[in-house]
Design a protein. Structure first.
Length: 354
């Protein structure tokens, strides 16, 4: 019972942490789309933290599928219905509204083909919609989804690496990934290819850190170490936060950043969480806020405090509706279909029980 309670506390902490990160991204985009430079809300650092937490949850999900005998097919079904229905909805709705307003055309078709395939960079706009804005894009937040889909495919490899190889092989492989991701980011970023610098090779280190966190988060020795290292770790997090506010790009450093987020998440999981939302709005808020802000800016141009608050409020309302109407039913469908892939009796792989 104590283990179950600890798990529930940690999941509640993660839900709250993800919601905070989604709010940080929302406020960062609220500033960025108005041309306001702000280092208080570094969206890149928040997205990196999202990748870390995604690695944690995906590793847990895949491990559960392996233990139950569903394996990769069960995992893929659950991931698809967890991510894609809500994503497809925020792609389809603007296109449908624009077609009703201006009449259907090939413009909507090109937009839908590119964005439903998660290749948002090929056709970010629909006609003249938001063409007068600072960024001519319907939903600039969607660029991370293709990265996540690629990273989801790395989980079976990480699982094999962490559960079926020697300690030396794990250390060497993890080090190679961290160094490789760091090298990729800094070479592309300093070469002027900032868009390429944010793509999945850089996020791979955060995803791996999250997977390692899920793999070892139940270790009593690790939990005690995290608890006793709290003062030093807090000092390190404050220092890293200051650096992130002054130099946001440094949070992509795939050594300090991933481990910092991993520590914070596991540490939060050790505290009782009496305040936990009934529905996790972090993903749907992330999907909804960008077009809402774009719409408000198309009407009011420069937003004052009340208009900015209204944009955030509308984003939360739409996120709640999207969660209740699309995301939660989609997750239930995915869970039902994944159960159909399970054998009659659960099979626990020897490597998964380590």
């Amino acid at each position: 019972m104590q283990e179950i309670a600890t798990t529930e506390n940690r999941m509640g902490a993660f839900d709250n942490l993800r919601l905070v990160l989604a709010i940080v991204v929302t406020v960062a985009h609220l500033n960025e789309l108005q041309g306001i430079e702000s280092r208080i809300f570094p969206s890149l650092a928040a997205v990196s933290a999202f990748f870390c937490l995604a690695g944690f949850f995906c590793f847990r999900s895949y491990r559960s599928c392996v233990k139950n005998g569903g394996g990769l097919r069960s995992y893929a079904i659950k991931r698809f219905f967890r991510i894609y229905p809500a994503y497809a909805t925020v792609v389809l709705v603007p296109a449908a509204v624009w077609a009703l307003m201006r009449g259907p055309s090939s413009e909507e078709a090109r937009y839908l083909i590119a964005n439903l395939a998660t290749l948002n960079f090929l056709h970010p706009c629909i006609g003249s919609l938001f063409s007068g804005q600072r960024y001519c894009t319907v939903n600039g937040s969607l660029w991370t989804i293709k990265n996540e889909l690629v990273l989801y495919g790395s989980i079976p490899i990480f699982f094999w690496l962490l559960t079926s190889t020697t300690a030396r092989a794990r250390i060497l492989a993890a080090s190679a990934i961290f160094v490789g991701a760091s090298t990729y980011f800094y070479v592309t970023n300093h070469g002027g290819y900032t868009t390429l610098a944010k793509q999945f090779p850089s996020g791979l280190a955060y995803f791996l850190a999250g997977s390692i966190m899920a793999w070892r988060s139940g270790s009593p020795r690790l939990l005690r170490l995290i608890e006793t290292s709290t003062p030093a770790s807090l000092v390190a997090i404050i220092a890293i936060s200051i650096v992130a506010c002054t130099h946001p790009d440094l949070m992509m450093l795939p050594v300090v950043g991933p481990l910092c987020v991993a520590w914070a998440a596991v540490r939060l999981g050790q505290f009782p969480m009496r305040l936990r939302p009934k529905h996790d709005l972090s993903y749907t808020l992330y999907l909804c806020h960008f077009p809402v802000i774009q719409f408000f800016l198309s009407r009011y141009h420069d937003l004052n405090a009340y208009e900015s608050g209204a944009a955030v409020f509308v984003s939360f309302v739409l996120a709640y509706c999207l969660t209740r109407v699309v995301e939660v039913p989609g997750m239930k469908i995915g869970q039902h279909l994944s159960r159909l892939t399970l054998p009659m009796r659960p099979v626990i792989a020897p490597s998964a029980s380590r």
